[in-house]
Design a protein around this ligand. Structure first.
Ligand SMILES: NC(=O)c1ccc[n+]([C@@H]2O[C@H](COP(=O)([O-])OP(=O)(O)OC[C@H]3O[C@@H](n4cnc5c(N)ncnc54)[C@H](OP(=O)(O)O)[C@@H]3O)[C@@H](O)[C@H]2O)c1
Length: 237
């Protein structure tokens, strides 16, 4: 990989997105990260080192996405894990909770690729984020499952429409990321032990492994229209 290639990560200031940006920078790519919090961006940029850039962006806002891509000349690779949404049961969720995964995670990624389009190079590569709970839903996550499945359908559609640009999806299971570390320990421990029991490998996912899988999809020149499950066999058990 070379310094004349640019990877943009929306949601690159934390968790899976940050680690993907870090691995890419170590492998010689130019890295641009986006996220809502300037403080979080600053601390991520300090860890990414010289050459990395970052700009605030909220993927829930088309105006914000347009301003973000306005900072960039061209984009060779785009990864879009940045999303913040709520999940609730089918019977009891208020409409804004039920619609939240689609509003933020689905439409956020849809409009991110749309805003990036004028800057995407002819052979650009895009990786969208779904989640293994699309293929194997958890109770209380029907809209979230549908959203992840929709992201995977979107990638197949975009792979067809934007070719020879490539579009793929990474679908992690539960990953021991910053997202989980910010949650209460009791909730996290219960979720992790349930997840271990629900997988073939008996382990919670590692950020490093998911980032490595995302980078594979971003860089492998024959992958397009695929969903890669980095889930320890969660969907098979
Ligand atoms: N961790 C898991 O177990 C797991 C499992 C399956 C799928 N996933 C998916 O992986 C993605 C990232 O997860 P993670 O564990 O890496 O989370 P994380 O550590 O919380 O990182 C999320 C990143 O996205 C940014 N972000 C959040 N909302 C944003 C928005 N509206 N616009 C732009 N940036 C935004 C955050 O920064 P700011 O808050 O400053 O904006 C941060 O940089 C999510 O889409 C999640 O659904 C995670």
């Amino acid at each position: 990989m070379s310094r004349d290639k640019t990877l943009v990560v929306i949601g690159g200031s934390s968790g899976i997105g940050f680690r993907t940006a870090q691995l890419a920078a170590e492998r010689g790519l130019n890295v641009v990260i986006g996220g809502r919090s300037q403080d979080r961006l600053d601390s991520a940029l300090a860890r990414l080192g010289a050459g990395a850039r970052g700009y605030t962006v909220d993927s829930a806002s088309r105006e914000s996405l347009a301003a973000f891509f306005g900072h960039l000349d061209s984009v060779d690779m785009l990864f879009t894990p940045g999303a913040s949404y709520r999940v609730g049961s089918f019977a009891d969720s208020a409409p804004e909770v039920a619609e939240s995964p689609f509003t933020h995670k689905f439409w956020g990624q849809y409009w991110a690729v749309h805003a990036a389009l004028p800057k995407l190079t002819e052979r650009a590569s895009v990786v969208l984020m779904s989640g293994a709970a699309g293929a194997r839903p958890v109770k209380g996550g029907a809209a979230y499952a549908a959203c992840n499945a929709a992201v995977e359908g979107l990638a197949r559609g975009l792979a067809t429409e934007l070719a020879p640009r490539r579009v793929n999806v990474i679908a992690p299971g539960t990953v021991d990321s910053d997202l989980w570390r910010r949650r209460p320990a009791e909730l996290r421990d219960a979720a992790f032990s349930g997840y271990r029991a629900a997988t073939l490998l008996g382990e919670v996912g590692r950020v490093d492994d998911v980032a490595d899988a995302a980078l594979f999809l971003l860089t492998n020149s024959s992958m397009t229209g695929s969903t890669l499950f980095a889930d320890g066999g969660y969907v098979l058990r």
